[in-house]
Design a protein around this ligand. Structure first.
Ligand SMILES: [Mn+2]
Length: 499
């Protein structure tokens, strides 16, 4: 699998660089998620450093249909390949698309239009855009063209936010080459053969362990599951208290010997709970590579790529993308000073960043409270309804941009052998249903791609959908709800191992 940029792709990057250098009035559209924010931050930094005048807007995919093309140059990042973005292009328009989603238009589309159109998409070169490179990575390759390798860490943040490591537990292909750059810049540490737990910097180890989700190994109740996780650690003679810092030990502090002990114990426990057919996939659930941002303080969410990406998502899901962009902008500046050892202006940067971090902390708190409140509501009632091959709950009242997050967290209350589906109204103005599906990675490892299935089912009902194998979604007309559930249930017949 190639880690190198194909020459035809490289040529397009060189052309993109020239287009940017020759334009003065630029507009960026980027996507409302961690990958999109990362993409937007990289592009903004490039344009800033070049002294260009530009605007950036973080948008949902549905606004792209009739998006105005009014600037000298319009750049679409982490979106655009799958939407009719150039409807309003004029003869003197210039458009660049940097996306990693399956493209609607072909590689040679530019030959058929009378304006400047430059699309760079990994699928044109046989590179899988869901595993080998994401939107942020595509934008990083552009910044590399300008010599800005210090932005490589954002490519890693974007890739983790986009779950590009989902299949194998580590970053591969072009993502790997970006990782190499980030390591060379001294901005990212790679932790190989790590225990895959979320919250490795900021949560106590036993808490992080208690939230292990793919296969349910602990109780639902928060206090119970924490105690069970503590008991497991104690039974393995793994220390849970950091004497030196007088605080609970974190997953990032575990030595390899203790990690291996815990990995072995988890594999054993899970293997006793699942059909033998899945056993071969268990190591991928509990082990993987972790990525740390080397210039960030230990025990903060900023140091762990996965935790950092959650904070980015909390901002966009609460309609505060500017806070996320600002944090990335200030972190780029902070790294600049740290890398150049010019510490004179550091205090100002740290001060500004502290203000943004405060704001972000508020958003994250609110976000967590909102999630917890809804999870409790759904989890405590008999809201999860079982069908033969799936389970679902009515997420009425849950904001459509977090219904997927909540479905993922509710999965541990239900039956991990089946996917969980949640639905809620798209918005106050739009009566359509937003559907989210989440499932254990084991089902995907076994070869079921829910993103493709949900797309086909939604399309057959006059809607649309798609996404990852284990996390995907759809939009369908409100009245098709029951048909959707029936069709999904039918399509999954015989595909899942239920006992
Ligand atoms: Mn993306």
């Amino acid at each position: 699998m190639t880690e190198y940029i194909p020459p035809e792709m490289k040529e397009r990057y060189e052309k993109a660089k020239r287009l940017i250098e020759n334009s003065d009035d630029i507009k960026i559209y980027s996507h409302t998620d961690c990958d999109g924010i990362s993409s937007g931050a990289i592009l903004s930094c490039i344009l800033d450093r070049l002294g260009k005048k530009f605007e950036i807007e973080i948008v949902n995919l549905d606004v792209l249909e009739n998006v105005p093309i009014e600037h000298e140059l319009t750049i679409f990042s982490d979106l655009g390949s799958g939407q009719p973005i150039d409807k309003n292009a004029k003869e003197d328009s210039k458009i660049i698309v940097l996306d990693h989603h399956p493209p609607l238009r072909g590689e040679d589309y530019y030959k058929t239009v009378d304006y400047e159109y430059l699309e760079i998409n990994p699928y044109f070169y046989g590179i899988n855009g869901s595993q080998k490179i994401c939107g942020g990575g595509m934008c990083y390759l552009l910044s590399k063209e300008f010599g800005y390798n210090d932005l490589s860490w954002i490519g890693i943040l974007a890739a983790i936010g986009d779950i590009q490591n989902g299949k194998t537990g580590k970053l591969e292909g072009l993502n790997r080459s970006i990782l190499k750059d980030a390591k060379e810049e001294g901005l990212v540490n790679i932790i190989e053969n790590d225990l895959s737990l979320y919250g490795r910097q900021s949560r106590p180890l036993y808490v992080a362990l208690s939230y292990f989700t793919d296969v349910k190994i602990f109780a639902n109740d928060d206090e119970k599951k924490r105690n069970e996780a503590l008991d497991l650690l104690k039974s393995l003679n793994i220390n849970t208290w950091d004497e030196k810092n007088d605080m609970a030990l974190r997953a990032c502090d575990l030595n390899q010997k203790d990690k291996n002990k815990l990995i072995k114990a988890l594999i054993l426990r899970i293997s006793q709970l699942i059909p033998p057919r899945y056993a071969v996939h268990i190591p991928k659930l509990v082990m993987g590579e972790s990525y740390e941002f080397a210039k960030e303080e230990k025990y903060t969410f900023l140091r762990d790529a996965s935790e950092f990406s959650t904070a980015m998502n909390a901002c966009v899901r609460n309609e505060r993308p500017k806070v996320a962009l600002k944090l990335l902008e200030l972190t780029i500046k902070r790294n600049e000073y740290l890398l150049s050892n010019d510490l004179n202006d550091m205090q100002d940067i740290e001060g500004d960043r502290a203000v943004v971090l405060d704001e972000l902390e508020g958003i994250s708190k609110e976000h967590r409270a909102y999630l917890a409140q809804n999870i409790q509501r759904v989890g405590e009632s008999d809201a999860i309804i079982q069908k033969d091959n799936l389970q679902y709950f009515d997420g009425e009242g849950i904001r459509s941009n977090v219904v997927g997050t909540i479905a993922g967290m509710i999965l541990s209350y239900g039956d991990w052998r089946k996917p969980i589906i949640a639905f809620t109204q798209v918005s106050e103005e739009n009566q359509d249903l937003k559907i989210s599906l989440r499932c254990s990675k084991l089902l995907a490892y076994d070869g079921v791609h829910f993103g493709s299935i949900i797309r086909e089912v939604a399309q057959s009902l006059g809607g649309n959908g798609g996404g990852h194998d284990v996390a995907c979604g759809a939009y369908i007309p409100n009245e098709e709800r029951d048909n959707f559930l029936d069709l999904m249930n039918e399509r999954l017949e015989g595909r899942l191992v239920l006992d």
